[in-house]
Ligand binder design. Structure first.
Ligand SMILES: [Mn+2]
Length: 332
């Protein structure tokens, strides 16, 4: 798997997009893990005898993803899923959203209650990055990434595990990252710092809001919670009124019972503070759980917000979603 072969493959994909029916796609509003896992799973499938094309469900790549992909970034196919295509999902498993067209799943998110995986070739493992699972398949198939491809795969794993943080990374992530670091000769800490700098330098608010956004539904597909994570430098926090406007627009568009914007404020010394803004009928349930979880220093700084100083307990979206969705669904 070489840099040149990747660019040739992606160029071919854009020419043959209509001809191929099997499409590998990450979640909408994709992050680097969604993009890279889809690109490399599609390429791996093609290399092992199952022609497939990747698709990024966005109008543009995230800034840090484009930086990581370098000259291959402009070749990544962007757009909406072809309604006739059979699908492989990476980094998500929202099979209900694709009406029976999903043939395979490679994901690392906890299985959503009510998900029907009948007749779907699903690998869902609780590792830190979907790209870890794809890289392990590549390795299992005897394919060897060159330095460029190994660096791209490594970068996606680093971003999704926050630099192989013990809270996010599992043994499989560390082991796979070690294999990739050997292949590309990159220092994971330095690569993560460079990626993080690209990511935190994004300042366009609609881009920030959409970049790491998830919408959760009940088992019947009814919308429950929209949840955006905005990662920025602490001295560049977005205007709160503008974030509120995006939450209101998201509530109106999605019909969720609560929409949340978690802004993670990174300081140059590596510490971080968090502000949660919430809107909708169930906003209070979310904010109170965040405040209680954060500990004594967590502050309710307004009717629609909670602020968590650096010393608080900081939990991820998956952790909150696992505890909130049932309560939100019950309160009709
Ligand atoms: Mn992921």
């Amino acid at each position: 798997m070489t840099h040149r072969a990747l660019t040739t493959y992606l160029t071919d994909c854009s020419r043959r997009a209509e001809a191929s029916r099997l499409t590998v796609v990450g979640h909408p509003a994709p992050d680097t893990d969604a993009v890279v896992s889809a690109l490399f799973e599609a390429w791996r499938l093609t290399r092992t005898g199952t022609p497939a094309v990747p698709l990024v469900q966005a109008a543009a790549l995230p800034r840090e993803t484009a930086w990581l992909l370098g000259d291959a970034a402009s070749l990544a196919p962007l757009g909406a899923v072809n309604p006739a295509a059979q699908l492989v999902l990476t980094d998500h498993h929202d099979t209900a959203a694709y009406a029976g067209r999903v043939v395979a799943v490679v994901d690392h998110h906890p299985l959503s209650p009510g998900t029907d995986l009948t007749d779907i070739d699903a690998e869902i493992q609780p590792v830190g990055a979907a790209t870890t699972l794809v890289a392990r398949r590549i390795r299992r198939d005897g394919l060897v990434p060159d330095a460029f491809c190994a660096r791209v795969l490594l970068g996606a794993i680093l971003l999704d595990t926050e630099g192989l943080s013990p809270y996010k990374a599992k043994e499989q992530d560390r082991e796979t990252a070690g294999w990739l670091a050997d292949l590309c000769g990159e220092d994971p800490a330095a690569l993560f710092a460079a990626l993080q700098n690209e990511l935190l330098s994004e300042t366009d608010l609609p881009t920030l809001f959409a970049r790491d956004y998830r919408r959760y539904t009940d088992p019947e597909g009814a919308p429950l919670m929209g949840f955006a994570i905005l990662k920025v430098w602490a001295d560049a926090e977005p205007d709160l009124a503008a974030v509120r406007a995006l939450l209101q627009a998201d509530l109106a568009a999605g019909g969720c019972r609560v929409c949340v914007a978690k802004t993670v404020l990174h300081r140059p010394d590596g510490t971080r503070e968090e502000r949660y803004l919430a809107a909708g009928p169930q906003a209070d349930a979310v904010l109170e759980l965040v405040r209680r979880t954060g500990g004594p220093q967590a502050r309710r700084t307004g009717p629609d917000q909670v602020f968590l100083p650096a010393a608080c307990v900081h939990r991820g979206r998956k952790w909150y979603a696992a505890r909130l969705l049932e309560a939100i669904a019950e309160k009709t």
